[in-house]
Each structure stands twice: as structure tokens, then as C-alpha cells.
Ligand binder design. Sequence first.
Ligand code: SF4
Ligand code: SF4
Ligand code: SF4
Length: 269
Amino acid sequence: MKAILTDITKCIGCTQCVTACKMVNNLPPDKPREWQKNDGLSSRNWTSVLRKGDFFVRKQCRHCIEPACAAACPVGALHKTDFGAVVYDSDKCLGCRYCMMACPYGIPRYDWDSSVPYIRKCILCYDNIKSGKIEQPACTKNCPTGATIFGERDYLIEEARRRINDKPDLYSDLIYGEKEVGGTNVLYITSKDCPLDFLLYYNNRIEKDIKLVGEPDFESAYPMLTKWAMGSVPFAFIGMGAIMSGIYWVVNRRQRINKENKEIENEED
Ligand code: SF4
Ligand code: SF4
Ligand code: SF4
């Protein structure tokens, strides 16, 4: 499977990856929304660069091996390809936005300017590579420092491990995405001074002073974490049905008793 490896220690924050992505995907100028200023991603901006202290961090879809967005979609509008990309079929999309809620990184964005439901995010340049238009994603091709590179996932993990072993004082001993959320096809290595846990949607919320109860399980695939909730939906429906039937029975009984009492009162009059 193909993948991207981004090395935070090499990124200079030039945003050429952002520009290249917009060009190759013919994305129109962005319309900033209040709620999108947070990380720069939008339906028209599929990758962004965030500043964290002295470091620059690219953000994009992580192309999870077991994508929670696809697991949550009730009509299969998102799916994982053998190539490695998680892609989207707008013809199937209902516009329910479950994918947006399910993604552990808060990636998919809704196109509010479209008259039909439209979810947008990085697709690993899948269409353009498959059609032969380009050989690698525009973002990796146009990065001037090699901070973000494209290749086979296994090879990129070996390369990441090699860099960490060569410079153990510089790098954190962790390949983000190797196991996180069950593994992803967009991987990161970073400086010890720039941990990347904040890219997780949960941690974004913590940074906004909204406290998380408990800790996310970084190494489990998110569909496994949500499985219990999805599995309980039929029981919730049955339970709600039983409760509503009970309420109906009580109300009905009260009305019948009132009616009988009134009839007795009328007969006595
Ligand atoms: S990062 Fe989010 S949108 Fe991208 S594949 Fe994973 S769950 Fe889906
Ligand atoms: S892989 Fe393609 S679609 Fe994704 S951020 Fe890079 S250029 Fe954009
Ligand atoms: S093009 Fe490369 S160096 Fe420039 S911001 Fe993107 S990843 Fe960083």
C-alpha cells in the first residue's frame, strides 16, 4: 500500500504542499468559516500547515487502515482502496455527516456551498495517480525540503525507523501512524520537542479547554472502539419501544378509569 511520510524536523512551513494540492485538485479559493479557522482545513483546502512552537506540522487525512469514517457511513460512500487511499463517492452520500463525527482526527469537511451533499478531504491524489496524470501526490512532489515523501508504506516505516535510529537525540522514538488508531497510511516522525498527539481530534478539543473524560486508546482501530455503540442501536430501539408502550398503557388506563368514574357520577346524578 502507498503512503506518505512527513518528517516534522525537515518542514520549513513554506506551504507549497498546500498550494500544490489546491492546483492539482482544481480547488477554488477558500471561504473562511469561523469554525474552520481552527486548523485551516475546509472543503476547499485538503491540507494545511500548523505552527507549534518552533515547528511546522502538515495536516491532512491520515488514510487510516481501518477508517472510522467509512465504518460510520451508512451507505458506503467512503471506502479504503488497495492503493491505500480512503476515497469518497458523492453519488452515494446522504449528507448525514456521520463520517465527520467519527473521524478521530476531525478531517472530513462539508461543502456548505454545494446544493447536494458533498464531503471533501484529501484522497491521496488517488484519481490523478490512477489515471496516470501524475506519478505521486502533488504535495510530496512539490515539497522543496523532502519533508513529506511518498512511497510504499513498509518502505516508509523502515526509512522512518532508520532516521530515528541515526539521530536518537533529535527524534522522538515514535512513528505516528504505525500503530495509532490501528495504523494509517500517512505517517509522521517528529522532534522530541514537538509531540503530535494534538492532531487527534480529542486532543484538539483538550487544547480548547474542553476536558476529555478518560484517555483515547491510540493503538486500537476506531471502528473497534465504536462497535459496541453501533451494536447497541437495535437494543436501544427495542428499549425505547418498550418504554413508549409502557407510557401508552399507563396513559390509556388513566383515561379509561377517568371515563368510568365520570359515567358512574352521571348515573348517580
Ligand atoms: S483520518 Fe479520518 S477521514 Fe481520513 S481515513 Fe481516517 S477516519 Fe477517514
Ligand atoms: S495527497 Fe493529493 S489530495 Fe492529499 S494533500 Fe497531497 S496533494 Fe492534496
Ligand atoms: S512543502 Fe514541505 S516544507 Fe513546505 S510546508 Fe509543506 S511539508 Fe513543509
